[in-house]
Design a binder for this molecule. Structure first.
Ligand code: MG
Length: 255
């Protein structure tokens, strides 16, 4: 069941999502060669807790023996998503995707952004630009009366005409009282199909775009998803609400 949110619930999600956006801005400013992903993670956790909010990913997981240990997912280059923060030092020319979830007053916000580490290649720059633009192409379709796969198709089409590929194994999702709610929001699909979109829906739209093949695999840590061909990948995500029939981005990083 898709849970439609009241105005009051969306107001609460604005708050958790605002913290998500602030974390991404704060962490993004610290992304540079020599910084470890664990340092970024600590910065994020401290910031989130200063609002009496909770890092949503920390302790998340279906296996009790392998719960996610970080506040952030930090995924470098060929790591697509769910990278575990650690002692890895960022190097010039890499790209880092940072994904963060925040729970405050019972409601979640979820967002991700990919950052260049120092100077990056033109091709990586293009991968970042195309993935970010694909996210906005998808959000534009989150209009009352459209269907979920109108979002999916807009993302897929933009990515593929630009020569990159869309990850199939992982998808966007409803978000609100739970971090992951119905419906699934794939980044590929046929227009005019899927659940009909309505005012009050709250969605995490999150294209994961690979430079080479769309195929991915999971590392032995049970979390980190990497590209099968070792080529780089980028990830951008916003939590949106459909308000008065139109998409409102709740995790917009303020300038
Ligand atoms: Mg998400």
């Amino acid at each position: 069941m898709v849970q439609l949110k009241s105005k009051r619930e969306i107001e609460l999600m604005r708050e958790s999502s605002r913290i998500v956006a602030e974390v991404l801005r704060l962490v993004g400013a610290e992304v540079k060669p020599g910084v470890t992903t664990l340092e970024l993670d600590r910065l994020a956790e401290e910031y989130i807790r200063s609002f009496e909010a909770v890092p949503a990913f920390k302790g998340y997981g279906s296996s009790k023996h392998n719960l996610f240990p970080g506040t952030l997912c930090t995924s470098v280059d060929s790591e697509v998503v769910h990278g575990i923060p650690g002692r890895r030092m960022l190097k010039e020319g890499e790209i880092l995707s940072v994904d963060v979830g925040v729970k405050k007053d019972g409601y979640y916000g979820d967002g991700a952004w990919s950052f260049p580490v120092g100077e990056i290649s033109e091709e990586k720059e293009r991968l970042l630009r195309v993935t970010e633009e694909a996210l906005y192409r998808g959000i534009e379709k989150a209009i009352e009366g459209n269907r979920v796969h109108d979002i999916s198709h807009a993302v897929q089409e933009y990515v593929e005409i630009n020569g990159f590929s869309i990850v199939r194994d992982l998808v966007g999702h409803g978000v609100g009282k739970e971090l992951h709610e119905e419906p699934s929001v794939p980044n590929f699909g046929d227009p005019g199909t899927g659940v009909r979109l309505k005012t009050g829906m709250t969605l995490a739209i999150e294209p994961m775009v690979n430079y080479g093949t769309w195929k991915v695999r999971v590392l032995a840590d049970g979390w980190t998803i990497v590209t099968q061909d070792g080529m780089p990948s980028a990830h951008f995500e916003h939590t949106i609400a459909i308000v008065n029939g139109k998409p409102e981005i709740l995790t917009q990083v303020p300038n």
